[in-house]
Design a protein around this ligand. Structure first.
Ligand code: CUA
Length: 133
């Protein structure tokens, strides 16, 4: 996993609009309340922290590169990708961008490692990595 950080200012509503657009264009299935989004390899993908979930679920392809955008719609959250232990602070009003190239397929959990209220410990999400090679 190669992480190179960039950060940009953005209004939460603008960021939410980008997330919604990606969900509308690339949702492949639903898991409970969560859309599972399979964006094209090489594209910009968006993940949003909010009380109390990481939204939506993403499905990425092994060996492909993506620009992963992270922001929050409400409070400060801590993106923590497990079991890789990749941690990124996520603030409302800022969009973080990391370049990711998944090297192993599987299911990766996201937790929140920044206390954000009574539901903090339930704030989870998921990234699937599938092998299409
Ligand atoms: Cu979000 Cu703790």
């Amino acid at each position: 996993q190669n992480l190179s950080n960039e950060a940009y200012r953005i209004q939460p509503a603008q960021y939410a609009a980008k997330v919604d657009q990606m969900i509308a264009d690339h949702t492949v299935r639903q898991e409970g309340a969560f859309p599972v989004v399979h964006p094209p390899p090489g594209s910009d993908v968006y993940l949003m922290g909010r009380v109390y979930m990481w939204w939506p679920m993403l499905e990425l392809e092994k060996g492909q590169s993506y620009r992963l955008h992270l922001s929050s719609i409400d409070l400060q959250h801590g993106f923590s990708l497990q079991p890789l232990n990749i941690n990124i602070q996520v603030h409302p009003g800022y969009e973080m961008v990391v370049n990711v190239t998944p090297t192993t397929s599987g299911t990766f959990g996201i937790v929140c490692n920044e206390y954000c209220g009574f539901g903090h410990h339930t704030m989870t999400g998921r990234i699937y990595v599938v092998d299409r090679t």
